[in-house]
Design a protein around this ligand. Structure first.
Ligand code: TEU
Ligand code: CA
Length: 545
């Protein structure tokens, strides 16, 4: 049977967080020339699509998720000529590139926002400016921001307030204004015409604020019922599809927070077409209590149930265990004592579920959470804001640090560990953020030399996935297994593969009572006992009929 899949369903995506990937000129900050120098590495890894986190001109209050100029590259990362060279060289190697489209908000240093501060400006209505309550002293409503605190800031000049769901340096755009929609259409065309293959759309399900009424009081995100996944958002996405995206061979993946499977199906549906895939966050919430700063013990069974639910609910998932906002998966769902086994087990999971897998830089070598010891080493705006919010609660300084340490987005943002040298092969200068001291042994150079390294295992799995259609678009069915063991089969045209993942440090009894061939595993064949799964055992089996 002919495969009828789109190219973005056949390939593996690799997310680059440019600031921390590879620094070519030695100023301590990753850059475009650095990325170009690693294209061969990515090609050898076997991925087919690169997602670049933002490199547009930005004051970087949120490391580039605050864009001041969508049409130019920030000098810290290079020039437009560098970017064009990157697109061209990647293309020559058969690698597609998607960019981050951050259009829920701009930077407060974007020229339109600066203009909009003048009440009489035609740009006033590009943003969400309102009179405050109580004679202008209090914000227009009770909404709270994703980064903690109020979602409004007051500008003394006009005496009015502007909305920002993130930091005050990230004012929200007004998507009720057709000129804003037109502005975004033009930005998309500009980059698609340069040869990029699509967009990862930042917090795209927040863009449309249906009303600015007070929200029901909540522990987090008071007001969210007025802007999460609204009808206006669906309509806008369908519009962008019809007026821009349909003309290009491209795909979009939406970063969609707090969505239900039903909403996800609509966002990824075809009538009308909106996005191609969405990142949902439910599996990122399994080890937290209401908010991410309140951690609870990780229970594999919960993760398994959530993953299984989304596999069943959506035809095609955007699969991920890490990104630049999340702690490292091996530190979170794996185990330090079984670092190698658990990193490979998680890799097996990522690369054998149904959907498009996204690898975050460093995940393929099993990079771990940072080893920082205090707040002064943290750069992330979110961590600092939350740390300050926590100060108002009756918790000790030690506890406060512990909460930040486990959850900080900087866990994912320490430099890529290329080798064991002083700058980890990331930089010849002083890195903008601390390098994990475990780079002495967790690094690409070391793992390239070992045939059984985490890196080589990822390469092997990516290759298997590309060679075996059933692993890409076969059906998914969960198979009953003991607690903490995730087992499922993928079937296509009578070809059947079974994936067995022990997600715990305990040996588990699990009888696989058929003749079978192990086609990949994180243990060697001699460790295989068909009744006992060793800690974090992972295998892909092809039953013999
Ligand atoms: O993230 C949106 C988001 O809701 C979360 O990931 C958030 O950053 C936090 O982890 C919630 O606790 C996107 C980007 O991925 C993130 O880097 C940006 O800071 C944010 O949007 C604003 O653009
Ligand atoms: Ca640099």
């Amino acid at each position: 049977m002919k495969e009828a899949l789109n190219w973005w369903q056949e390939k593996v995506v690799y997310q680059i967080y440019p600031r921390s990937f590879c620094d070519f000129n030695g100023d301590g900050i990753g850059d475009i020339k650095g990325i170009i120098s690693k294209l061969d590495y990515l090609k050898q890894l076997g991925i087919g699509i690169i997602w670049l986190s933002p490199m547009y001109v930005s004051p970087k209050a949120d490391n580039g998720y605050d864009i001041a100029d969508y049409y130019n590259i920030d000098p810290q990362y290079g020039t437009m000529a560098d970017m064009e060279e990157l697109i061209e060289k990647a293309k020559a190697k058969g690698l597609k590139i998607i960019l981050d489209l951050v259009v829920n908000h701009t930077s407060d240093e974007h020229k339109y926002f600066i203009e909009s501060m003048d009440k009489a400006s035609p740009y006033r209505d590009y943003y969400i400016w309102r009179q405050g309550k109580r004679g202008g002293k209090a914000p227009p409503n009770n909404w709270t921001s994703f980064f903690g605190g109020k979602a409004w800031s007051k500008d003394s000049k006009s005496g009015e307030w502007y909305l920002h769901l993130f930091s005050p340096k990230q004012p929200d755009l007004n998507w009720h204004n057709p000129k804003v929609v037109q502005m975004v259409r033009e930005i998309m065309r500009f980059w698609l015409d340069k040869g990029i293959a699509g967009f990862r759309c930042d917090v795209i399900n927040l863009i449309y604020k249906t009303s600015l009424a007070d929200g029901k009081k909540r522990l987090i995100l008071t007001g969210s019922e007025h802007y999460l996944t609204q009808d206006g958002c669906h309509k806008t996405l369908a519009d962008l599809r019809q007026t821009v995206l349909n003309e290009y061979d491209c795909f979009t993946v939406g970063e969609t927070v707090f969505i239900t499977p039903m909403q996800a199906r609509k966002l990824c549906g075809t009538n009308p077409k909106e996005l191609d895939m969405v990142f949902n966050f439910e599996h990122m919430e399994v080890d937290q209590f209401i908010v991410k700063w309140f951690k609870r013990k990780f229970k594999p069974e919960k993760l398994i149930n959530v993953l299984d639910k989304w596999q069943n609910q959506l035809d095609w998932n955007a699969l991920y265990l890490e990104n630049h906002d999340q702690p490292r998966s091996v530190s979170r769902f794996g185990n330090n004592a079984y670092w190698d086994e658990s990193a490979k087990m998680l890799g097996t999971l990522l690369l054998t579920l149904r959907g498009t897998p996204y690898i975050f830089q460093g995940q393929e070598i099993g990079m771990t959470n940072f080893d920082f010891t205090d707040m002064s080493q943290i750069q992330d705006v979110e961590s600092h804001n939350i740390y300050n919010v926590l100060k108002k609660l009756p918790i000790t300084k030690r506890k406060r640090w512990k909460m930040i340490k486990r959850t900080s987005r900087d866990n994912a943002r320490t430099p890529m560990q290329w080798d064991g040298g002083a700058g980890a092969g990331f930089t010849a200068g002083t890195p903008w953020i601390g390098i994990n001291s475990n780079h002495s042994y967790i690094n690409v150079a070391a793992q390239n030399k070992l045939s059984d390294s985490v890196l080589e295992y990822y390469k092997k799995l990516i290759k298997l996935r590309s060679e075996i259609p059933a692993l890409r678009h076969g059906t998914y069915t969960r198979i009953a297994a003991p607690a903490g063991v995730y087992c499922y089969e993928r079937i296509l045209n009578g070809e059947r593969y079974i994936i067995v993942l022990n997600m715990t440090a305990k040996k588990s009894k699990f009888n696989i009572d058929f003749k079978s061939e192990i086609i990949a595993s994180n243990y060697s064949n001699k460790d295989y006992n068909k009744n006992i799964l060793l800690p974090y055992y992972a295998m892909i089996i092809k039953p013999k009929i």
